[in-house]
Write a protein that binds this ligand. Sequence first.
Ligand SMILES: [Zn+2]
Length: 119
Amino acid sequence: MANETKFCEFCGNEVHIDAVMCPKCGRQLEELKTDKGSNPQVVINNNNQINGAAAIGRRECDKWIAFLLCFFLGLLGGHKFYEGKVGLGILYIFTVGLFGIGWFIDLIVILCRPNPYFV
Ligand SMILES: [Zn+2]
């Protein structure tokens, strides 16, 4: 239908259903469509969940999964494999968590990270 309307949540003005900005008070009503911008979103084919622009092309990791993996399997690089850092994981296996130093630092680093974090 062409005459569908909604109401501005800020001033109550009646606006068209597709309006992204209220003509009366000038406030934004909807998130701007990313596919209409001058910088189109690049679709990256991976299995990771895309969660906002910051996560594009990056791996989303759960802080507590990483922490538990690091705590119990960190000397074998468990958290490195979880983060997709296979090379570092193998290095951890052969050096026993960089002689325990890398493991200990990683424990603290993971604790300081937001949840989820991106690598
Ligand atoms: Zn308004």
